[in-house]
Design a protein around this ligand. Structure first.
Ligand code: PMP
Length: 327
């Protein structure tokens, strides 16, 4: 038995029970470990889907260039698909991203442009603006725009949602995911709620992001925005892929709780995962402990990526001490 290319190994990631971190809870807590994807993150699912859909719609022709603003994981998913399908890639990213992430993109032949973090999204120097400008300048280029591209949500509607439903034999009661572009939470939640409308979807946001307040009040409050270190979740914009109607509660988690939980996942569960995974688990357990999670309940938490991308940060004691997260 063999696969015709690496792209066929995307998806069908395992569900694994949390044994130690959730041992005070009566219900069952499972994590879906997305680092089992070939590019080591959940974003392989959307990288492939966005390119396939663009090909079908004639938005990209053979030999073309894919240009995207990405924190690394989406870039990896796009780069994998591009290698197999014969496209070039240019990625714009921010200066807060791990060097390891950018080196991995370059290893797959992509060009990476680093842009400043602390500028407004519509500033011409922002990584959104630079990606957009390059896509206008470079002929036969395609700008997938994971924030507003419906193929992002659709990838999760077609793969992540059905996998969770089948793997839990329809017994899932709570679904938890971090909120970045919104693709993971919206697509998966849509599928799961179509199977059983009682399933509760809990979004996890980062302190310093606009989502929680927007979800609770409908107000886009710029005062909520401040820099934070957790990569991949929280935003200073409301992307089209974020469908708040499919979300029942939002938990906001700070960097310290996210990173301490990330280290516990490695040391107490053998799950060597990234910082947004620690945030998702911390937010999920806080939600479960607040009451709405009983003996017969079954929670599934998405763990988007791998710890390998954060060895010089979250898993480095000196860095954690410098940031004030460890004594
Ligand atoms: N965690 C990490 C590490 C990510 O890269 C992303 C993608 N931005 C997310 C969580 C959030 O996923 P989504 O964009 O589908 O909301």
């Amino acid at each position: 038995m063999y696969y015709n290319s690496i792209l066929e190994t995307i998806g069908n990631t395992p569900l694994i029970k949390l044994n130690n971190l959730a041992d005070d809870l009566q219900g069952t807590v499972l994590v879906k470990v997305e680092y089992f994807n070939p590019g080591h993150s959940v974003k392989d699912r959307i990288g492939l889907k966005m390119i396939e859909d663009a090909e079908k719609e004639g938005l990209i022709e053979p030999g073309g260039t894919i240009i995207e603003g990405t924190s690394g994981n989406t870039g990896m998913g796009l780069a994998l698909a591009a290698v197999i399908k014969g496209y070039d890639c240019i990625f714009t990213t921010t200066d807060k991203q791990s060097k390891a992430k950018l080196d991995m993109l370059r290893a797959l032949g992509a060009e990476v442009k680093v842009c400043p973090t602390d500028v407004e999204p519509d500033d011409p120097r922002s990584y959104y603006s630079v990606a957009k400008r390059l896509s206008e300048e470079i002929p036969n280029s395609y700008y997938p725009n994971q924030y507003d591209n419906p193929s992002n949500t659709q990838a999760h509607y077609e793969t992540t949602g059905p996998e969770i439903w089948e793997q839990t034999e329809g017994n899932v009661t709570h679904y938890v995911a971090g909120m970045g572009t919104g693709g993971t939470i919206s697509g998966t939640s849509k599928y799961l709620k179509e199977q059983n409308e009682d399933i509760q979807t809990i979004g996890v946001d980062s302190k310093g992001s606009v989502y929680k307040k927007y979800f609770e009040t409908g107000e886009f409050d710029k005062d909520e925005i401040h820099p934070y270190l957790t990569e991949g979740i929280g935003e200073d914009i409301i992307p089209e892929n974020m469908d708040f109607d499919l979300i029942d509660a939002v938990m906001q988690v700070n960097d310290e709780n996210a990173f301490i939980t990330t280290r516990k996942l490695a040391q107490e569960e053998g799950l060597f995962v990234g910082g947004s995974c620690g945030a998702a688990v911390y937010g999920a357990l806080e939600y479960a402990r607040s009451g709405d999670f009983g003996e017969d309940d079954l929670m599934v938490i998405i763990l988007p990526d791998s710890g390998t991308r954060y060895v010089s940060k979250i898993f480095n004691d000196k860095w954690m001490q410098e940031k004030g997260f460890l004594d």
